[in-house]
Structures are given as structure tokens and as C-alpha cells.
Write a protein that binds this ligand. Structure first.
Ligand code: DQA
Length: 154
């Protein structure tokens, strides 16, 4: 079974209480159980993690490379300025692994500073704006690509 690390950056442990009008009512635990269930349906071994610590997030991206795991990554605010996360994400995709950038909200429709992702250019693709469902769509795209789906078919 293919392994997928579902990695969540800073403040995503506050889901449910943090700006629910933007991020929804689901907690990180809700996201974890929904995402793990979708993974099982897609025959993916999903491991959901969250950290507020940039160094820990980097170590998980390095782990993905070293253990040959694909990645679904919500870099949260790191999306917009962390070249360190960008460089670690690049190591995943240059190793031939898939990395899908996800966002609960649609950053392009929010403040100007959110409209640029430094990670997007090194990701396999991006899903944003569908709440927790962004993670389901990311896993489906990943499973389709792993199943030999043609580019554009995922
Ligand atoms: C986010 C969007 C980011 O701009 C923000 O900093 C987050 C969450 C999202 O999932 O919508 O923390 O990545």
C-alpha cells in the first residue's frame, strides 16, 4: 500500500476555534478521521500530522523522501514565505514522489499576501478552497496519478 504523509503547518491545530467563518467548524481531529477514512477507501496508508514548528515540518518532508512516502501538504502561513519549506518540498517531488499542496480556504480570494505560494512551483498540484474536502480531492488526485492516470485526468 502506498504511504501518504498528510502534513499540516502552523495554527491548523486550532481548527474549529480559529476563524470558523473561514476555516469551518471541523477540528483537526475531524480532519484526521475524515482524511484517514478517505485514504482507506483509496487504498492509501495515510498518516495525518500537524506542527507549529518549521523545523519539525522540514524533518517530516525529509522523512517522506527517505521512506518513499507521498505528501499532502498544507503549509499554512509557511506557504507564503518559507523558502525552507519550499526547498524541502522540492526534494520530495525531485525524488519522483507526489506532493499535493492543499488549503482549506482559497488564499487567492483573500488578503494580497496570501495570493502567492512559494511552495506551489515545486508541488505536483494544488487544491484550495473546498474546506476539509480539499484533502479528499488531493488524495483522489494522488490515487489517480499513482494508478497511472494521465496528466490532466486526475
Ligand atoms: C491556509 C491558508 C493560509 O493562507 C493560512 O495562513 C493558513 C491556512 C488554508 O488552509 O486555507 O493558516 O493554508
Amino acid at each position: 500500500m502506498e504511504r501518504v504523509l498528510v502534513l499540516n503547518g502552523p495554527n491548523l491545530g486550532r481548527l474549529g476555534v480559529r476563524e470558523p467563518e473561514i476555516y469551518g467548524a471541523a477540528t483537526l481531529e475531524d480532519l484526521r478521521s475524515a482524511t484517514t477514512g478517505w485514504g482507506a477507501e483509496l487504498s492509501l496508508d495515510v498518516d495525518v500530522r500537524q506542527t507549529d514548528d518549521e523545523a519539525e515540518l522540514l524533518s517530516w518532508l525529509h522523512e517522506a523522501v527517505d521512506t518513499r512516502a507521498h505528501v499532502v501538504l498544507n503549509p499554512a502561513a509557511f506557504t507564503h514565505y518559507s523558502y525552507a519549506v519550499r526547498d524541502a518540498a522540492a526534494q520530495v517531488t525531485t525524488a519522483g514522489l507526489l506532493l499535493v499542496e492543499v488549503h482549506l480556504s482559497n488564499p487567492a480570494a483573500r488578503e494580497a499576501f496570501r495570493s502567492h505560494s512559494v511552495v506551489g512551483a515545486v508541488a505536483t498540484g494544488t487544491v484550495a478552497g473546498f474546506g476539509v474536502d480539499s484533502y479528499r480531492l488531493a488524495l483522489q488526485a494522488l490515487a489517480a496519478r499513482l494508478g497511472g492516470g494521465a496528466p490532466g485526468a486526475a
